[in-house]
Design a protein around this ligand. Structure first.
Ligand code: ADP
Length: 449
């Protein structure tokens, strides 16, 4: 087992990793930028090292500074958390070259899943259902037209190097296709320095459903159920819940088994998420995330399995000790991402928290790194914390969520708590009747005014 883990991250995920490490008896090192000297992860770690100025590229993304911090403190492993360097295959390789364990998947798997065309090709090979579309990248407009007619309009032009929903354009008819191709190529070139694009059938009203997986790199892999992350704004998840209100037991078992088998064949190592769009009873793979995710508490609450603890043990070379039959799903979990943003305009609201009171009680979990008197710096994401509730049924989880949202007080800054108070009382949400466009439509039609 590792002796000391350096956490190359900040905020709530740094605390989350620290908690798992401490329960495993492993010492922790926090790294921080000068904007984060008062941050909770610095206060709670056994040791801490300042690695640079506020700009992430000079601190949390600064590989030489992170390696130097390992050297100074004698850390034998790095946990990258999510974001920052977590899906950077080159960083995983560099850690290996320096004999520091990277707590994440094999570098090759990060590489494959980071290229969307390659990821889809791999998924198809592994028997995971994909959105109908082009086999690979498309360079020529005539070929694009042939593929589009074959799969049928509307089609979506997507950037191979895409991320954050950029470089995506819908073509509703033949007349739109050439414009969609050139705009997507231009956007992709500007955002990612790579203008490779591919085509997919555009789904009109899908849900976003993803499956949590865990593998030990030796062919043992299991799934931990699904999360429904359809409630999104600008492709950013806002509310995640599991199980999905849209699936029945046999659909759930079937897709879980397909995904677990695929991860066994891939010899996947660590935690990961296979993302699907789901429409009219069918699943369509869109991508795989090769890291711990923001919404990992949802399967944790439903199975009682500590994903970060498992992730650390597997990275240290232990085989997976949990079998699929050991996984017992129980009840329903909902996570709300509370951001430091205005609840209707979403204007960022960094600043000092003058009063802070998180909710508590049975089935309530708040993963956050803020405290009363803490100043949220403007340099990073605006997450104040994640509120996760668990109930024996979806109805109980919703009632508990309503109660906890009314208890949650964060004064001094704007937060999105009022948005969640509105959502939890909405009939569509209560009925589980929503798709990936629901939240944008709700906001555009004055839902928060
Ligand atoms: P990114 O990596 O940029 O986030 P994804 O492939 O994960 O790109 O897609 C982001 C979002 O775009 C999805 O969650 C979904 O809302 C939408 N989307 C992606 N592919 C399709 C599709 N074929 N049809 C309809 N919507 C899609």
């Amino acid at each position: 087992m590792f002796e000391k883990i350096l956490i190359a991250n900040r905020g709530e995920i740094a605390l989350r990793i620290m908690r798992a490490a401490k329960e495993l008896g492993i010492a922790t090192v926090a790294v921080y930028s000068t904007a984060d000297s008062e941050a909770m992860h610095v206060k709670l770690a056994d040791e801490s090292v300042c690695i640079g100025p506020p700009a992430a590229r000079e601190s949390y993304l600064n590989i030489p500074a992170l390696l130097a911090a390992c050297e100074i403190t004698g850390a034998d492993a790095i946990h990258p958390g999510y974001g920052f360097l977590s899906e950077n295959a080159r960083f995983a390789d560099i850690c290996a070259e320096h004999k520091i364990a990277f707590i994440g998947p094999k570098a090759d798997h990060i590489r494959i899943m980071g290229d969307k065309i390659e990821a889809k090709r791999t998924a198809r090979r592994l028997g995971i259902p994909c959105v109908p579309g082009s086999e690979g990248g498309i360079t020529d407009d005539d070929e694009a037209m042939r593929v589009a007619k074959d799969i049928g309009f509307p089609v979506l032009v997507k950037a191979a190097a895409g991320g954050g929903g950029r470089g995506m354009k819908v073509a509703r008819s033949e007349a739109d296709l050439s414009d969609a191709l050139s705009t997507a190529r231009m956007e992709a070139k500007a955002a990612f320095g790579d203008d490779a694009v591919y085509l997919e059938k555009y789904l009109e009203k899908p849900r976003h459903i993803e499956i949590q997986v865990l593998g030990d790199g030796r062919g043992n892999a299991i799934h931990l159920g699904e999360r429904d992350c359809s409630l999104q704004r600008r492709h950013q998840k806002v509310w995640e819940e599991g199980p999905s209100p849209a699936l029945n037991a046999s659909e759930r078992e079937e897709i879980g088994a397909v995904v677990a088998k695929a991860m066994q064949d891939l010899q996947y190592l660590g935690v990961g998420t296979i993302e699907f769009l789901y429409e009219d009873g069918r699943f369509y793979f869109i991508e795989m995330n090769t890291r711990i995710q923001v919404d990992h508490p949802v399967p944790e609450m439903n199975t009682g399995i500590d994903l970060v603890n498992e992730q650390i043990k597997i990275a240290a070379g232990s085989p997976l000790t949990i079998t699929q039959d050991d996984v017992r799903f129980s009840g329903h979990a909902i996570e709300c991402r509370v951001n430091a943003e205005h609840p209707a305009t979403f204007r960022p609201s960094p600043g000092t928290i003058s009063y802070y009171h998180p909710p508590g009680g049975l089935g309530v979990r708040v993963d956050s790194a803020v405290y009363q008197g803490y100043t949220i710096p403007p340099n990073y994401d605006s997450l104040v914390g994640k509120l996760i509730v668990h109930g024996r049924s979806r109805t109980e989880a919703l009632m508990r969520l309503r109660r906890t949202l009314d208890e949650f007080i964060v004064d001094g800054i704007d937060t999105t708590i009022p948005l969640f108070r509105t959502l939890v009382r909405n009939a569509d949400i209560q009925n589980g009747d929503y798709n990936i466009h629901w939240l944008e439509k709700f906001l555009a039609t004055g839902g928060m005014e």
